[in-house]
Design a protein around this ligand. Structure first.
Ligand code: 3PG
Length: 226
């Protein structure tokens, strides 16, 4: 399959979008859209919020994140989801509920989509991600600072896809999650070494990535055409 920038007509209203990456994927029963939550209060404060104790009830979308969601929903650059699963952290729940409301769906909480647990770095400045990511590149099984290993994150994220493949057919399923877990999932699905997950361009808040799909043999980062 070719690599490079292409334009593909993709979506219920046939809006063209760019895709920066085209890979040969396995055939799947469903189409998947991966979404990072909108900009959050934790992102705004530059801190790591990775534990259910804090993340389930606090640190929802910032004003910037709410605006990102409104803009995305005004010009949704993908097929309409038929099912939405989300990490039950507040920032992802809020994101999922806004998308679900727009499409008239009832989103389902899926704890396996939660943020990677960053151990003793919880509440620390997000500048500390770098030391974990550096160690990830050396050893995807490491638990430096008590963080959840890349291997564990990959396993629980892959399990979500596997379960959906087993029970759903021909659906467009939106998974709303967090930066590291989604990057790790993509790296795993591409069959690349898990330690390379931060070699991918970072997924921006409120970004949408299509993981293809029955009809379309490509993996596509989606953007409305400006
Ligand atoms: O990838 C990252 O920078 C962190 O996982 C951020 O987590 P978040 O997506 O919950 O902000």
């Amino acid at each position: 399959m070719p690599h490079g920038k292409t334009v593909e007509h993709f979506g219920k209203d046939d809006k063209p979008m760019t895709n920066d990456d085209v890979d040969a994927p396995p055939r799947r029963n469903n189409r998947y859209l991966l979404m990072r939550h909108g900009h959050s209060e934790a992102n705004a404060r530059g801190i790591i919020i990775s534990t259910p104790a804090r993340g389930l009830a606090h640190y929802g979308l910032s004003r910037q994140g709410q605006d990102q969601l409104a803009a995305l929903l005004a010009e949704w650059p993908a097929p309409a989801p038929t099912r939405i699963l989300y990490s039950d952290f507040l920032r992802t729940r809020d994101t999922a509920e806004r998308v679900a409301g727009h499409f008239g769906l009832h989103p389902q909480a899926e704890p396996r989509l939660r943020e990677r647990h960053f151990g003793i770095l919880e509440g620390q400045p997000d500048s500390r991600y770098g030391e974990v990511w550096a160690q990830d590149a050396r050893d995807p099984a490491h638990r430096l600072h008590g963080v959840e290993s890349v291997e564990w994150v990959a396993a629980r994220m892959r399990a979500v896809i596997d379960a959906l493949e087993a029970r759903c057919r021909d659906e467009t399923i939106l998974l709303v999650g967090h930066g590291d877990p989604l990057q790790i999932l993509l790296t795993s699905l591409e069959g690349r070494p898990l330690g390379e997950h931060r070699d991918r361009p970072p997924l921006a808040p409120a970004s949408l990535t299509a993981l293809v799909c029955v009809e379309h043999a490509s993996r596509t980062r989606l953007r409305p055409r400006r």
